[in-house]
Design a protein around this ligand. Structure first.
Ligand code: TXA
Ligand code: MG
Length: 331
């Protein structure tokens, strides 16, 4: 049997660890999104991740570790600032890009001199890492070009029976991918905003990290086209959204709306979801909402803009990508 969704009991976690040792792929929950895991020390197994996702091989993958001590096995050097972030935020939704150890396979790092490392906090991810004993290479468990999965059912919808096992640990709490900080030169670089606020990174680092340009070459997750639904989507201020909606409805177009403060017009019969008003709640359900609205097969998806405030940085980043669908380069 393959592609089973199983409740993440101790037995299932033990079986998943055995499958990983066998070079098979296992999908598992983390606090951010579900990952598609392979033994990071097995190049063939990691290569299969790319095939299953339909993702080009020129994107590095994150190696997940059971605890911060394991970093020494994967990084040849850990800058003091990276160590400080690890102490402050691991286990948790933070990925550190650090100089790689010599043995790390090129398929994991895309042949680069750096490796992405993360110690997740989700109890199932931690139990799986402990049972497996090594590093687990895992990108988000979605098909390339789709939004990340935040439930086991999302994984199955995207990857069908390709993973040998899908461990079901319920819906992810954070809901968007980890914050990524790279240590290449002297100044830490925020490659991807996530649940950890810029101000909290700055407090630990003693300085505000540089924020990467949106199409910085080494983090494909920063290309504008990632995390996109299939329905043509636009991000609009509330008043503009209301006007656009009226026009589309007038033209008999099917519209789906991800609202936040707005309420639906009285006669509206399209798909409408009211998202949470706070950034953490909004992020938690964002991808599930995008999937649900995408499934409505509307002609247009209108997304109500979120506040221009630092607390919304990561959500705004994902929304901006979701509404730039032309590119075909997506993780
Ligand atoms: O929350 C997360 O980070 C999830 C869970 C499963 O841990 N993983 C995830 O992986 O989002 P993925 O592959 O979908 O996105 C990871 C991003 C990619 O954009 C990749 O290019 C970047 O991290 N990345 C990984 N290793 C890197 C490296 N050595 N240098 C620069 N970017 C790297
Ligand atoms: Mg991804």
């Amino acid at each position: 049997m393959s592609g089973r969704i199983v409740s993440a009991t101790d037995d299932a976690i033990g079986e998943a660890a055995a499958l990983l040792r066998d070079g098979r792929l296992v999908a598992f929950p983390t606090e951010t999104v579900y990952g598609l895991g392979a033994d990071a020390a097995n190049a063939d197994a990691v290569r299969r991740i790319f095939v299953v996702k339909g993702r080009p091989a020129d994107h590095p993958v994150i190696v997940h570790l059971a605890n911060a001590n394991a970093v020494a096995e994967w990084a040849r050097e850990i800058p003091a600032a990276a160590r400080a972030l690890a102490d402050a935020f691991w286990p948790g939704p933070l990925t550190l890009i650090v100089p790689r150890a010599a043995h790390v396979h090129g398929i994991v790092t895309e042949g680069q001199d750096s490796v992405g490392l993360r110690v997740p906090s989700h109890p199932v991810a931690r139990a799986l890492l402990a049972a497996f004993g090594g590093g687990i290479a895992a990108p988000s468990a979605n098909r390339f070009g789709h939004v990340s999965p935040t439930t086991a059912a999302h994984v199955a919808a995207d990857l069908l029976d390709k993973p040998a096992l899908i461990l079901d640990g319920g819906a992810c709490d954070v809901g968007i991918e980890s914050t990524i900080v790279a240590f290449r030169g002297d100044v830490p670089l925020l490659l991807r905003p996530g649940a950890i606020a810029l101000a909290d990174l700055a407090r630990v680092l003693g300085r505000v990290p540089l924020v990467a340009e949106r199409d910085a070459p080494r983090a494909s997750g920063t290309l504008a086209s990632h995390y996109a639904p299939r329905t043509p989507a636009s991000l609009l201020p509330p008043d503009v959204l209301r006007a656009e909606l009226a026009q589309l409805v007038e033209r008999d177009e099917a519209v789906a709306v991800l609202a936040r403060m707005l309420t639906p017009p009285e006669d509206f019969d399209g798909a409408w979801i009211a998202a949470a008003r706070d950034p953490a709640g909004y992020a938690r359900d964002l991808y599930a909402h995008l999937r649900a609205l995408d499934a409505a097969d509307a002609d247009a998806l209108l997304i109500e803009d979120v506040p221009q405030e630092p607390a919304w940085l990561a959500v705004r980043d994902r929304l901006t990508r979701a509404t730039h669908g032309e590119d075909d380069d997506r993780d």
